[in-house]
Design a protein around this ligand. Structure first.
Ligand SMILES: C[S@@+](CC[C@H](N)C(=O)[O-])C[C@H]1O[C@@H](n2cnc3c(N)ncnc32)[C@H](O)[C@@H]1O
Length: 329
């Protein structure tokens, strides 16, 4: 790892954030991926309960305060990762940013479409359940739909089963549930089958979501689909409506996860990205979330939208028991 300790190292102890961004942005243009730069800032631990930008006076000198959250956020905004800071002078630390290698991402994978998300792909190295910004919101979404009261659960785009692992390990009543996972990636489905071989209440199918009806799966109390329905090989709106109409029980529930991030060089980077924009642009994400929300509301579901790096839509039926029973006949 190469650290570029500039003899004229940036001193940002008194610099406002817009200026810091400009300076670092220019300096990063001259660095190759994996190279680093360093800068000196006020030690954030010097004070507490201080919002960024406030003045802190030490020995009669005025400094501008920024907390660690600001420095971690800035690293991501500048396509860097923050390395461990080191203590410098009594009141300052040195922060180092390593420039991310944008080429190290499964988003750029050119292997065949079924194996793009296979076990040997870069995607196979991602463990979303270890990212707090994913798992905390996923668990909350499962709670929102009272998962422990759901018997038949379908996961579309289940990959190697990480989302089921959470249910198996952390949700009570798992043993009384029947879980079905679908994905057209053979290696991911094989890995899922192996991982859950001991659990007879979980079934996996290597199958195309475009042809769900041929599996004759029946209907489900809960349908989960994370990072899948927006895939380019799927026609989002008609597919979503047909899933609700044909596979979701009238009193069922849904958890949909929409990625609002990219996976780059070991980092989950905030912000959805679409083709033709070199930066994060979220129109498509919002359009799809709002489409599902409105459609489900028309069908008498209560819908909540939560999350950050993944946007979770959780929906539960608000049909009264009597209304539901009469509509079943
Ligand atoms: C971005 S990955 C998300 C996987 C997992 N839900 C997650 O969030 O980690 C999308 C998954 O959908 C699967 N997939 C995409 N199109 C599909 C299709 N038409 N039929 C079945 N699976 C599909 C891919 O193989 C992949 O495992």
């Amino acid at each position: 790892m190469l650290f570029l300790y500039n003899p004229l190292m940036n001193n940002f102890t008194k610099t406002p954030m817009p200026e810091i961004i400009n300076i670092l942005h220019e300096q990063l243009k001259t660095l190759a991926p994996k190279e680093s730069l360093a800068f000196e800032v006020l030690n954030p631990d010097i004070a507490t309960s201080v919002y960024a930008g406030n003045a802190v006076i030490i020995a009669g000198e005025l400094y501008i305060y920024h907390g660690y959250k600001s420095w971690v956020d800035l690293a991501q905004i500048l396509s860097c990762r923050m390395l461990t800071p080191t203590q410098n002078a009594a009141h300052t630390i040195i922060i180092r940013y390593e420039k991310l290698n944008a080429d190290e991402s499964f988003h750029k994978s050119i292997i065949d479409k079924e194996e793009k998300y296979g076990v040997t792909s870069i995607f196979g190295e991602i463990h979303k359940n270890e990212e707090p910004a994913f798992i905390a919101h996923y668990l909350k979404a499962l709670k929102n739909v009272t998962i422990n009261k759901r018997s038949r659960i379908l996961n579309l785009g289940v990959n190697s089963g990480d989302e089921f692992e959470v249910i198996q390990k952390y949700i009570s009543n798992f043993e009384n549930m029947e879980l079905v996972g679908i994905d057209y990636c053979p290696s991911a489905i094989n890995a899922a089958k192996k991982k859950f071989a001991a659990f007879k209440n979980i079934t996996f199918f290597a199958h195309d979501i475009n042809d769900l009806s041929s599996l004759e799966l029946g209907s489900f109390d809960l349908i989960i689909s994370i990072g899948t329905l927006q895939s380019s090989n799927l026609d989002f709106n008609p597919l979503f409506m047909s899933i609700v109409q044909n596979f979701l029980k009238k009193d069922g529930a849904m958890v949909l996860g929409f990625p609002n991030c990219r996976w780059i060089d070991g980092e989950m980077v905030y912000g959805a990205k679409v083709k033709n924009y070199p930066f994060s642009e979220m129109s498509l994400l919002y359009k799809d979330v709002v489409f599902c929300k409105k459609y489900l509301q028309q069908k008498k579901f209560r819908v909540m939208v939560t999350g950050k790096d993944y946007i979770f839509l959780s929906a539960t039926s608000i049909r009264k028991e009597s209304e539901f029973n009469s509509s079943k006949v």
